[in-house]
Design a protein around this ligand. Structure first.
Ligand SMILES: [Ca+2]
Ligand SMILES: [Ca+2]
Ligand SMILES: [Ca+2]
Length: 469
């Protein structure tokens, strides 16, 4: 008889204490990735395993790392475990685009090739069964000749599809205080098309490779926490709606929330990674067993392949393991007064309305490192209308031509150190962080205008804050 009340009161005590004690714990602002955070500010800052990964699991991480870096070769080859490149491909390794596990960039001068970025293509959908089926499982209708993306390279005996080139138009403006600014807007041209003229209504979207850090943590955020942030009808009237993309999950064979890619068109790291193998490098896997050869690309269809599938399940698992466990580097200078001013402005002008500061991760089977971590990714993983200026006018599952997924901002201040450039946004058009902000429109117009109206020292403080991430 005594037992029950004691039990109940202990339970009540635990229940009463828990929310309080978690709130009272001062959040260490340096720990962007919770206990996974690594303290490295060098050119290697994006390439380390989560800090709490056990020694034995690090072995798998380093095997995955090797296959992320190693170039794949044309089949058949003596190195059977990594042959099967192409026939059509963008580049021959993951690392070729995710340079030092960081972000890619558009060609920065005339000598540079179009490598660490790619061009997605599609055509408008009609009501046919074929088109509707494609929309359901790939979110777009592929070009019947050129497929879902342009591969500017190919193995011997197969013609590369076309060469993307960017030119820029300049847009000049001034802040209310008179300081001038300039932005550059890319214009894409596809030359040397080898398989005939393009569809007259071809839709294109230029995308740079995204940073690889903290992806497992993003996958571990509870879906409900993200859906709670969505406000599709903007009921709170702050001008920000935000909605989740709904995309095809190849394993579950059903539509689920999208999280990865610039338009959140992939449900998880595994599917995004295997799709990259198939379409960017030409390596088939059990999950994505077709590359981007279309029915009219005969040489592509007939070329030798490197096995069925070309990447074994074991190696695929290691690469996915690696991609999920790449750590987020710790913040720097969190106590610097200018950084703290910038942080408060980030909240005040509602950058945090989309770049959500904190989450606590949930369960993610097989990854104890990533569970129940208090993280600061600065994203809601939702789609937002960013206005005409950034639009690619190409739908991707539910994402319309104006919508983009809020990118995480953790680690962004180390871009220059790791990648030796400061090109931001989906196509790398912004030449620095301020330009990235000035491109914000649509739902982010109010935040952008508020940034414009800050005085010059406050603008600098906000940028200094971003540089501390
Ligand atoms: Ca292949
Ligand atoms: Ca193609
Ligand atoms: Ca709202």
């Amino acid at each position: 008889m005594l037992r029950l009340p004691v039990f109940v009161s202990i339970f009540a005590l635990l229940y009463a204490c828990q929310p309080e004690s978690t709130h009272e714990l001062p959040l260490d602002k340096r720990l962007s990735g919770g206990a996974t955070t690594v303290f490295d500010q060098s050119t290697n800052a994006y390439s380390l395993p989560a800090a709490n990964t056990s020694i034995t699991r690090r072995d798998n991480f380093f095997i995955g790392n090797a296959f992320f870096r190693q170039p794949w070769v044309t089949a058949p080859a003596s190195t059977g475990s990594r042959d099967g490149l192409g026939p059509l491909f963008n580049t021959n390794s993951c690392q070729g685009c995710h340079i030092k596990d960081g972000r890619g960039h558009p060609p920065i001068n005339d000598e540079e090739n179009f490598i660490s970025a790619l061009v997605r293509i599609s055509i408008p959908a009609d009501d046919s069964d074929d088109h509707q089926a494609q929309l359901k499982t790939s979110g777009v209708v592929a070009d019947p000749v050129y497929g879902g993306q342009i591969q500017p390279r190919a193995i011997m005996g197969v013609k590369a599809e076309a060469q993307p080139q960017l030119s820029y138009t300049e847009i000049r403006g001034a802040f209310p205080d008179g300081e001038p600014y300039s932005l550059i807007k890319p214009v894409l041209e596809l030359s040397d098309s080898a398989y005939g003229t393009f569809h007259p209504q071809l839709q294109t979207s230029v995308r740079v490779a995204q940073p690889m850090i903290g992806l497992g943590l993003l996958e571990a955020i509870k879906e409900q926490d993200l859906l709670d942030l969505a406000d599709p009808a903007d009921t709170n009237g702050d001008g920000i709606s935000g909605r989740s993309n709904q995309v095809w999950d190849r394993v579950k064979q059903q539509t689920v929330m999208g999280r990865f890619g610039w338009k959140a068109s992939q449900p998880n790291v595994a599917q995004q990674s295997m799709t990259a193998f198939a379409h960017d490098i030409g390596i088939t896997s059990t999950l994505v067993n077709n590359n981007d050869c279309t029915a009219t690309q005969n040489a592509c269809l007939k070329a030798p392949h490197g096995g069925e599938p070309e990447i074994s399940d074991e190696i695929a698992e290691m690469v996915i393991f690696y991609a999920k466990l790449l750590a987020v580097p710790a913040r720097r200078d969190v106590d610097n007064p200018e950084v703290m001013l910038g942080e408060s402005l980030f909240q005040k002008i509602n950058c945090s309305g989309c770049h959500t500061t904190t989450f606590t991760t949930g369960n993610i089977p097989g990854f104890p490192e990533l569970e129940n971590q208090s993280i600061q990714p600065f994203t809601d993983l939702l789609l937002h209308d960013m206005g005409e200026g950034l639009a690619d006018n190409r739908t991707d599952f539910l994402a319309n031509g104006n919508e983009w997924r809020t990118p995480p901002l953790w680690g962004i201040g180390l871009t220059k150190v790791v990648n030796e450039h400061t090109r931001f946004l989906h196509d790398g058009r912004a030449r620095n962080l301020q330009e990235a902000i000035l491109w914000h429109g649509g739902e982010a117009q109010a935040s952008r205008d508020a940034y414009m109206s800050l005085d010059v020292s406050e603008r600098q403080a906000l940028i200094t804050f971003l540089d501390s991430l």
